[in-house]
Design a protein around this ligand. Structure first.
Ligand SMILES: [Zn+2]
Ligand SMILES: [Zn+2]
Length: 587
């Protein structure tokens, strides 16, 4: 089924990219429906609607978000019976599933300036502040608002202190810098649908999606497509699909309703692979390549692999064509072969996952059975610790109960193993969240920072180093706390962290959530050099989250990480040994 036409104004709020032409919509996820109701609640608030009504929509969004069963698979009877949904909202959900649109939301979007809608995406700006900005300051665009912050005008209004103004200004600057950027995961289905559409529509021509996408970058600003199509055919096809098309010297640029850009490089069949190759290298790598006298020779460019063969050096996958040092090292020793990077199939267990004991949406049994069924050998359940009260973190008394449940499940699901773990908050002074005798009861402790994220490098490093030096810490969770395209992460010194982890046998997490991908792949080579293990962990809050391991693998490949250097690729036996080793460290 092709998606319905997406409204110009509503598209910025959807998670992915809605190039109507290529987008084939699968069933709607609960979180997608919840997002629409959250937005509805906020817009009604901005337009001064009845607080009781607003609350019912906000509650419905919350309920949907926490619901384990997809509502798109429920009967209307089941749907209406859910507490916090009922018949009135249930009907709206059905409408949304059926038509991919919500009439009531559309009416509110219609009467809201687009700049005000945009402000809802800025961190720190809720409906109340937006009302003041819109109605009292009479500001209707993000650009004007930034200017007002720079002019120090917000502080004259109720609810805006100097500090709030400063925070809003920083969020705005960040937002404007990353406008038009998307997560890799958000463009993934567009890219594959585009590739398929081209193949189907123009089977006699060659087409490939190259550039940042082919390099597996964590965020994507535009898609580069190399094609042997003629200019006329391409422009004709794009304009018929109502894309805005601009012809530039190097490429043809097109944009759809959501403003996401596709750049088309037209080429003859002879030059096809070269253009593809040159777009799928970093500028540094490409410069080294073209400068080398070896490459001045007339090589036959039949495929990328053939080029490396003719040169007599090991193939460098596009993901690894970043730092030119890799090229220099292979050229100086043409016997050298690159070790194969980790693949998705190399992930043997799920490390770092949450259950209904804290903020996850599936029970431990559901998580474990799913993991077992998917072929994983073990699951590390690491719910939030007690200080994470907002995430229903575990008080000491509840840990005993959770461990009993895990013991029983381990008997039932053997030889599959659930390891007892905790994602312990790293507190303000760098200590972990429980006394030693409680920490002792876990197989593995993951230490992460979740609170007071706004801090200096000095403060961040004090907290992190204290946690790494703690003998109970086995894994350092998402080391910078960044959220790609929405939060920068606190400043850290990666070299110092890597050294401390090497000294204390602490593993560094590569959190595989597509919005985190933290640690940044650019620092992984440094960790490998110091023999520090990396662990690709999905931080799964539901069984669907296991699939995120893939995004961790894609960026790990950029750093050339091998399966042997990744903890979650350990076999069950190796994992048991790892746990024993970590426990010995404590004494
Ligand atoms: Zn966390
Ligand atoms: Zn987590």
């Amino acid at each position: 089924m092709l998606s319905a036409k997406i409204d110009l104004k509503s598209s910025p709020f959807t998670g992915g990219i809605f190039f109507e032409l290529f987008f084939i919509h699968s069933r709607m996820h609960n979180y997608e429906i919840a997002e629409q109701f959250t937005l509805l609640g906020k817009l009604m608030d901005i337009h001064g609607e009845n607080a009781f009504k607003i609350k019912s929509y906000t509650n419905a969004a919350y309920t949907l978000d926490k619901l384990a069963q997809p509502v798109s698979e429920m009967s209307s009877h089941e749907l209406f019976a859910i507490r916090g949904i009922g018949e009135a909202i249930g009907q709206k959900i059905l409408q949304l599933i059926e038509n991919k649109r919500l009439t009531i939301l559309e009416t509110y979007i219609e009467k809201t300036p687009i700049g005000i809608l945009e402000m809802l995406k800025i961190k720190g700006l809720g409906p109340k502040k937006i009302i003041t900005i819109w109605k009292e300051l009479e500001i209707e665009t993000v650009g004007e608002l930034l200017y007002a912050c720079q002019e120090n005008r917000l502080i004259n209004y109720k609810g805006f202190g100097a500090k709030t103004q400063q925070n809003i200004q920083e969020s705005l600057e960040y937002y404007l810098q990353h406008q038009g950027s998307y997560l890799y995961q958000q463009v993934e289905s567009l890219a594959s649908n585009l590739q398929n559409s081209l193949q189907e529509k123009f089977p006699k021509d060659e087409h490939i999606i190259s550039g940042h996408f082919k390099r597996q970058m964590e965020t994507i600003d535009f898609l580069d497509v190399v094609t042997t199509l003629s200019e006329n055919k391409l422009i004709d096809w794009l304009t018929k699909k109502e894309f805005t098309v601009i012809k530039l010297d190097e490429f043809i640029s097109c944009k759809g309703v959501d403003n996401f850009e596709i750049r088309w490089y037209l080429t003859s069949p002879d030059n096809f692979h070269w253009i593809d190759f040159s777009l799928a290298c970093s500028p540094d790598f490409l410069k080294k390549w073209v400068e080398n006298p070896l490459f001045q020779k007339n090589f036959k460019f039949i495929s990328e692999a053939s080029l490396f063969e003719q040169l007599g050096i090991s193939f460098i996958p596009s993901a690894q064509r970043e730092d030119s040092a890799i090229l220099s090292s292979l050229l100086s020793n043409n016997k050298k072969r690159l070790a194969p990077s980790i693949e998705v199939e190399d992930i043997k267990g799920i490390i770092h996952s949450h259950s209904t004991w804290s903020d996850g949406i599936h029970t431990i049994e559901q998580m474990a059975s799913s993991a077992k069924e998917a072929g994983y050998a073990y699951l590390v359940i690491s719910d939030h610790s007690k200080s994470a009260f907002y995430a229903n973190g575990l008080e000491i008394e509840r840990i005993v109960g959770q461990h009993k449940e895990i013991d029983a499940l381990n008997k039932k699901l053997a030889p599959f193993v659930i390891f007892k773990s905790i994602e312990s908050d790293i507190l303000n002074d760098g200590s972990l969240d429980y006394p030693e005798e409680i920490l002792e009861s876990f197989d593995i402790v993951i230490a992460s920072i979740h609170s007071n994220l706004k801090m200096t490098e000095e403060k961040a490093m004090m907290r992190l180093l204290n946690a790494i030096n703690n003998p109970y810490t086995s894994i350092l969770g998402h080391p910078t706390g960044r959220l790609l395209l929405s939060r920068k992460g606190y400043p850290v010194n990666h070299e110092t962290i890597i050294e401390a982890c090497a000294e204390n046998n602490v593993v560094i997490e590569l959190n595989a959530h597509p919005r985190r991908l933290d640690m940044d792949w650019r620092y992984i080579a440094g960790a490998i050099q110091k023999d520090v293990l990396i662990s690709i962990n999905p931080d799964a809050h539901a069984v669907e989250g296991f699939a995120d391991c893939k995004y961790g693998v894609l960026v790990a490949q950029k750093a050339g990480l091998t399966a042997a250097q990744n903890l979650s690729s350990f076999s069950l036996q190796e994992m048991i040994e790892f746990v024993a080793f970590q426990q010995a460290k404590r004494n």
